[in-house]
Structure formats: C-alpha cells, structure tokens
Design a protein around this ligand. Structure first.
Ligand code: K1U
Ligand code: ZN
Length: 173
C-alpha cells in the first residue's frame, strides 16, 4: 500500500467532474487500498479520488472516531444520493485539500446512498450524523465541488488566498 500526495486547493483537478467506473479491476482495488491508507494517515474521515488527481468516481470513508471502537472502512464506487431528508444538519466541515480551514455547511441530515462495492454488488444504505455529512462532502468532490462553494463569496475568496499562500510556501520548501 502507498500513501498518495493530496492535492491542495486551488487545483483544476479538484474542479473536474469524475468519470463513472465501468468495472471493478485489480487496479481499482489497489487504488482503494492506497486511498484508505492515505485517508487514515492524513488523518481524515473521507477521501475522494479527485483529491489525489484521479478523475474516477471512487470515494473512501470511515467516520468511526471513538478510540477502541471497531473501524468501518467503506469504499464506494459511483456513489449517488437516492433519497434525502427535508430536515437539515449543520456541521463545521474541514477538507484535506483545504488544510486547517473550517466552516459551517448545511446539508440534508439523512441521506440514502446507492453505490457499487469492491465485491461487484450494488449496495444501498441510509446514513445520518457525521456519516451523512461526510458522504455528501465526498460525492461533492466527485462533482468538482468543494465545501467552500457553499460559503459567501468573500469568505471563499479569503480561504482561497490563504491556500495560494500555503502552496507558495510549500513550493519554496
Ligand atoms: O474529503 C476530505 O477532504 C476529508 C474530510 C472529510 C470531512 C470532514 C468533515 C466534514 C465533512 C467531511 C476530512 O476528513 S477533514 C479531517 C477531519 O475532519 C478529521 C480528522 C481526524 C479526525 C476526525 C476528523
Ligand atoms: Zn474534502
């Protein structure tokens, strides 16, 4: 398994719509393993393929945060929200592609997601709480959307400028 570099906003690959996956291959299984290792190493609770520069519709997530609780790594290909609640939840979201920036985002509180699993089967499950927030955040990535796109333009611009500065500093070493 390998830890992959995570793209930092702004990057054109984070704004692209990822392509559907046609079949589960060994290459995809290796990509999923690498994405999970990269997510746990970050550390994060989710990761979308766009964030490592791969424009295919695959996400990984594990929102089990409690020490001593059994991890629940999920790999979803071609995930789609097929039902959502009218009631909404607000969460102070972060993003591994926008380090150390957080902002409240409102999303449906409960969503039902359908996806293709690594077992080649179609899965459906209802998510709430942090799982619902995270799976919607990751599906947004596949559609080229970032959590800052929900914010007021001025706030979004401020965060983007901070990220541009961070990238310049990282490039200088
Ligand atoms: O997609 C990503 O950039 C990953 C992101 C997922 C996410 C976080 C919060 C709300 C919605 C989606 C992260 O994992 S940011 C890091 C983070 O939230 C975290 C890290 C360690 C422990 C607990 C949380
Ligand atoms: Zn993110």
């Amino acid at each position: 398994m390998s830890i992959l570099p995570i793209l930092i906003h702004p990057d054109p690959r984070l704004k692209k719509v990822a392509e559907p996956i046609e079949a589960v291959t060994d290459k995809l299984r290796k990509l999923a393993d690498d994405m999970l290792e990269t997510m746990y190493d970050a550390p994060g609770i989710g990761l979308a393929a766009n964030q490592i520069g791969v424009l295919q519709r695959i996400i990984v997530l594990d929102c089990v945060k409690e020490e001593g609780e059994e991890p629940r790594p999920l790999v979803m290909m071609n995930p789609e929200v097929i039902a959502e609640s009218d009631d909404v939840g607000v969460y102070d979201e972060g993003c591994l592609s926008i380090p150390e920036q957080y902002a409240e985002v409102e999303r449906p509180a409960v969503v039902t997601v359908r996806w293709l699993g690594l077992d080649g089967q179609t899965h459906e499950e209802e998510f709430d709480g942090l799982w619902a927030t995270c799976v919607q955040h990751e599906i947004d990535h596949l559609d080229g959307k970032l959590f800052i796109d929900y914010l007021r333009p001025l706030k979004r611009q401020m965060i983007t400028r901070k990220m541009q500065k961070l990238k310049r500093e990282l490039a200088r070493g």
